[in-house]
Write a protein of this length. Structure first.
Length: 230
């Protein structure tokens, strides 16, 4: 296996549910790094102890990134190797990873991505919706800018991929239905986990389904793009 580069930032993808989805390279890098920066150190310690990774962990979260970014940059400049992981999947997607990457670029620090699972791609490839062109929107804004974003998405011709929480999914599906009309959609839930589910239908059908029973777990929602002929 490769020799780890001193003073580099490694962006290490980790499983999105099933611990066996860890790559050999990810285990090797996390074992060799001097420090692992993780969003939620308690969550990450389950994965790390499973793979007997004893590298010191420190928290890197949206609430401490202003303070922690310069500290991590300082460690990197001193020649330490930092591995960044997120709660699940690929760091830098809907998490503070972007800020650290930006800071490293400004300081000429080498950034090495270690690819692996991501909820977006896992959901998209199995959805059955067109996957040759898609747009990832992350979490929709909760208040400010939400209506404008929904209107923009209603005209989007590529498959739209969103993250949503189980508490907000019904509201979001209702609003999408109102603004987009009835379209094909897929709700991909609990990917790679015991209760993995793909609901394939239309927005109206998904709305009915969600009204019939409350759901739990993590969700990726995919909506067919706007077809000008519709
Ligand atoms: N970095 C991650 C990635 O590569 O996909 C995503 C982090 S984002 C903060 C967390 C969101 O990803 C969750 O709220 C959910 O929408 C989605 N997600 C993560 N794991 C998932 C899973 N196993 N099944 C479905 N969605 C998942």
């Amino acid at each position: 296996m490769e020799t780890i580069e001193k003073g580099a930032l490694y962006l290490v993808a980790t499983p999105i549910g099933n611990l066996a989805d860890m790559t050999f390279r990810a285990v090797h890098i996390l074992q060799q790094a001097d420090v692992i920066a993780a969003e939620d150190t308690r969550k990450s310690s389950v994965l790390l102890s499973h793979y007997q990774i004893h590298t010191p962990l420190r928290s890197y979260h949206s609430y401490n990134l202003k303070r922690e970014t310069p500290r991590l940059i300082e460690l990197l400049k001193q020649g330490q190797t930092v591995a960044l992981i997120s709660d699940a999947g690929t760091p830098g997607i809907s998490d503070p990873g972007y800020h650290l990457v930006q800071a490293c670029i400004q300081e000429n620090i080498r950034i090495i991505p270690i690819p692996g699972p991501s909820a977006i791609i896992t959901a998209l490839v199995a959805s059955g919706l067109p996957s040759h062109r898609f747009v990832f929107e992350g979490f929709l804004p909760r208040k400010k800018g939400r209506k404008t974003r929904l209107d923009q998405l209603a005209r989007e011709e590529r498959t739209v991929v969103l993250y949503e929480s189980p508490h907000r999914i019904l509201k979001t599906v209702k609003e999408l239905h109102e603004r987009m009309g009835d379209r094909s959609c897929v709700m991909a839930r609990e990917l790679t986990k015991k209760f993995e589910e793909f609901f394939r239908g239309t927005l109206a059908e998904l709305e009915k389904y969600l009204e019939s029973k409350p759901i739990k777990g993590e969700i990726v929602l995919l909506i067919q793009g706007f077809n000008k002929r519709d």
